[in-house]
Ligand binder design. Structure first.
Ligand code: PMP
Length: 406
């Protein structure tokens, strides 16, 4: 049983305590973005009230304070993900930005006929940058297929791997299906062919604490906004050796050693990849969000979310005509489904009128929808601050929507 009081946790999230369309809010769109605890909201105000200044350039006290706070956040991220070196943590705008940074970095390292492997259940942001890399280089995109449960078919992955494989990019957890992928196995197998592996951790990092050294991935990316932190900031973890090999993504201030019109030399890691004034408040507050998640504790988070997943699966199953999309054995607290005879968009609109926020549509994963031959799904995604009452409200709202639409 859970030791922490869920009501105390909910009290940390002021936004949850409101009415939407005259009904108490039930927020089940955490997969798209999580809510923010008061500690995070307060830290944003504190930053702009007390220490706002540009970093890494000023000799003055505020600039030093801002720099220290920003670098302290980097240190927290290093410890959290167990990166070997501090310089392996690159601040980005988020997951999408991190993937684009790596995909661009490999332009001169990939040649015609090389192969890049993604999976059938990727978010568009882990498909399109690789397609663009293929267009630039003549490399070929290969796709690990999945089965009807929304699990990757690992035997087919084995068959795709070869000496031609240069890169493998897969998500840790699927945003549309909730599937937890066997990334350790995926990484180890790719390394047998000396392929480089990027893990899209956008949906994993709110729920689990990945150890990048144990995983031995070459790159791992995530977004703060899904982890109780602010939007517009995330990190790219990269092995030092790779970050030294790939060229900078953007040119500008902060990323140089010396500039003349004849020649420019680049700064050392991590600054080489951090051109321009970054999201300073975002980076600092990402660290605060991480502190918050760790104070709740990933054991608690997983226990709470597993209870919610099981309870919601059981209760949703009672709705006539409800079909789950994604029934993997290894799954996180993301549930995609459809109700027979009802368009997901109509269901989403009605349940919103009843105060329940869910996501509907293709979830930026159109190939998954094509695979299941559906226009989209209704997706309820849970965080540790959700409750069984939230599940009950969801089910009640869905029953009403079904009656109205059929
Ligand atoms: N990958 C996955 C699996 C995601 O769920 C998301 C966000 N929905 C992204 C990538 C992109 O993240 P961001 O929009 O924060 O860059």
């Amino acid at each position: 049983s859970l030791t922490k009081d869920i009501q105390d946790i909910r009290a940390d999230f002021p936004i949850l305590n409101q009415e939407v369309n005259g009904k108490p809010l039930v927020y089940l769109d955490n997969g798209a973005s999580s809510q923010k605890p008061k500690a995070v909201i307060d830290a944003i105000t504190k930053y702009y009230t007390e220490i706002n200044a540009n970093i890494h350039r000023g000799v003055h006290t505020l600039s030093q304070k801002a720099t220290d706070a920003y670098e302290e956040a980097r240190k927290k991220l290093q410890l959290h993900f167990n990166a070997k070196h501090l310089e392996e943590i690159i601040f980005t705008k988020g997951t999408t930005d991190g993937i684009n940074l790596v995909a661009n970095g490999f332009t001169s390292l990939v040649k015609e006929g090389d192969e890049i492997i993604v999976s059938a259940m990727e978010h568009h942001s882990n498909i399109v940058p690789w397609q663009m890399l293929c267009e630039r280089t003549g490399a070929v995109l290969k796709v690990i297929p999945m089965n009807q449960h929304g699990e990757l078919i690992m035997e087919d992955y084995d068959k795709l791997l070869s000496e031609k494989t240069k890169l493998v990019a897969v998500n840790h957890i699927s945003n549309a299906l909730g599937t937890i992928n066997p990334i350790k196995e995926i990484i180890d197998k790719a390394h047998q062919y000396e392929a480089v592996v990027l893990i899209d951790g956008a949906q994993a990092t709110p729920h689990v604490k990945p150890d990048v050294q144990e995983l031995n991935c070459d790159f791992y990316v995530c977004s703060a906004h899904k982890m109780c932190g602010p939007t517009g900031v995330g990190i790219l973890y990269g092995k030092e050796e790779w970050l030294n090999i790939i060229p900078p993504y953007q040119g500008g201030g902060e990323m140089i050693k010396e500039v003349s019109f004849e020649k420019t030399t680049y700064a050392c890691l991590p600054h080489k990849f951090e051109a321009g004034t970054p999201n300073i408040a975002g980076g600092i507050v990402f660290g605060i969000a991480l502190d918050y998640l760790n104070s709740v504790g990933f054991d608690y988070i997983q226990q709470q979310e597993e209870e919610l997943l099981n309870y919601a699966t059981q209760e949703l199953n009672k709705i006539e005509g409800l079909q789950f999309v994604g029934t993997a054995r290894e799954k996180t607290s993301v549930i995609s489904f459809n109700i027979q005879g009802c368009h997901p968009y109509d269901v989403g609109t009605i349940v919103d009128k009843l105060g329940v926020a869910v996501r509907t549509g293709h979830h930026c994963a159109q190939p998954i929808m094509s695979f299941f031959n559906i226009p989209g799904t209704i997706r309820a995604s849970f965080m540790f601050y959700n409750t069984k009452e939230d599940v009950d409200r969801l089910v009640e709202a869905l029953q009403k929507a079904r009656t109205m639409l059929l």
